[in-house]
Structure formats: structure tokens, C-alpha cells
Design a protein around this ligand. Sequence first.
Ligand code: AKB
Length: 315
Amino acid sequence: MILITGAQGQIGIDLADFLVERHGKGHVLVTDLRTPENLRPDRLYDVLDVTYMESVEKIIEAHNVHTIYHLAGILSATGEKHPELAWNVNVNGVRNILEAARRYKCRVFWPSSIAVFGPTTPKVNTPQETVTEPGTMYGATKVTGELLCKFHATHHDVDVRSVRFPGIISHAAPPGGGTTDWAVDMFVQAVKTGEYTCFVTEDTRLPMMYMPDAVKSVLDLMDAEQANITVRTSYNLTAFSFSAGELAAAIQKHIPEFTCSYEPDFRQDIADTWPASINDSRARADWDWAPEYDLDAMVTDMLYHVREKVSRSEF
Ligand code: AKB
């Protein structure tokens, strides 16, 4: 059985679709803190709090789990407001999963983030191996998680693989509590009201990726030959970078009357410490990583789907 933790989150919802399509409904168990209100008949559900080791082991044993997509986690903005929660869920969660993976011989995917980088990291074309001194608790939990992954891979032979995700743009599920959430909110407000007040400045530039590419990266990495995996902390990964102003301009090509204003809040301080662009040549070399969507293709597709959802009052 394949286990997904945090499956109701931004990545989990899309990843579950692909994994169910590929392996069949009976082979993918989606878990989260709560079961969703609208249960889908093509899903196997269970409740799992990854901070409890007993619960993690119980579910792995009961379902004969062999692969874990460990997505349960607290994002950067929420992590700054609730640092203890971020540490408990992100660090104790991944530690429990890795320890259980060692005992039950499971493969693991775990998402790290560009948040492992900080103010002392080179900001442009950030290399794979560089300074990781994050300025946030979220970043600290991701650096710790990466080191735990490397420890379990090298000392206990756990086949754990990871990528440092940039901001992810998706229409299936809204992000929750991230610093890059503006990139999704802007689409929804552009379609719904024609105006958006962005919480970072117009020239704030961050690495980003469209969800289909994020899902593809997870599948490609997990499909790669074990001998090709040379990074056991986490792979740098990106698709494109844009500033808030550039995204607004790209949306205005489709919705000319759209206006965007800028009122930076505490999330600006987080964004300012993150890279503007990422060097992901190692992922490209080791497992042929290549994104399919550029900025214009992503904007066109996002607007199509967001309009559909707004017309059905789903956003
Ligand atoms: C966030 O903004 O917290 C996430 C991330 C880049 O890890 N999207």
C-alpha cells in the first residue's frame, strides 16, 4: 500500500489523483488529521496525526505500507506565528516517518523547501550545495528534516528522496499559510473581483512552479534508479521565477482591467530572505528533471481552471 500523509493539503490532493490513477484505488491510502467532508468514492481514507509514533506504526503495519509520501507539514507564515507547532509537526513528524520507514522497510518522499536558504545564501541561481542558515522556524525545520533524511539514508539504508520545492501554484486546493500564497490568491481575485492587494512588494521575485510539474517531479524522482540519486538531503528544484508585478502583468494580458496594489506585511520579511532563482542542474543531471510549463503556459491554464471554479462558486 502507498500511504500519503497530509493528503488534504495543496500537493496531496493532486498527487493522490495521479497515484490512484497509476496504481488503482485499493493501493493508495490518503490520510490527514481529519477525514474530508466530501468523501470521494475512489479514495481509501484514514485519520493520521504524524506526531504520534504509535499511530504511524499502527497504520503502516495494518495496511502493509511500502511507500510513504509524507506531505503533512506546517508552511512558513503559519510557522512564524506558531513556531512550536511547526517544530512538532515538521520535525517530529518526519522523524517518526523516517524511523518507521527504517523499521518497516518503506521508501519515502518528503518535500523540503527553498526556505532552507536564508539571508547569507547567494540569492541568484542559488546552488545545490551552499549556505543553509534560514531566518525562519519553518526553514529551520526543513534544514533539520533534510539532515534527518540524509542520516537515515546513509546510516539505515532508508530510500528517502526529497526536493526543495519553490512556491507552488495550483487551482485544485488553495495553499494554506505560505509566503508564496500571493501567487495563487492573485489569480482567484483577478477572476472574482478584478483587483488584488498583494502582501509582498511589486518587485519581490521568487522561484515558482505549476502544480502539474510539481507532481511530475515527485513521480520522476521516485521512479529514478537508486544509483542515480546523489543527493540525500534534498534536490534544488525550480520551473521559473517571477516578481509579483510580472505575474500581475501576465494576468493583465488576459484580463486587461485587472489591477493589483501592494501592501507588504510580515511575509515580506520572509520572502526577502529567500532566493530569487534556483540552480537545479543536479536534479536535471541525476533524474532528467525538466518542467513542462513556462510562465505564460501556466497563466493561461490557471485562468481557465480558476474561471471554471469561480463559475461553479467553488472559489
Ligand atoms: C511557503 O511559502 O511556505 C511554501 C514554501 C516555499 O515552502 N510555499
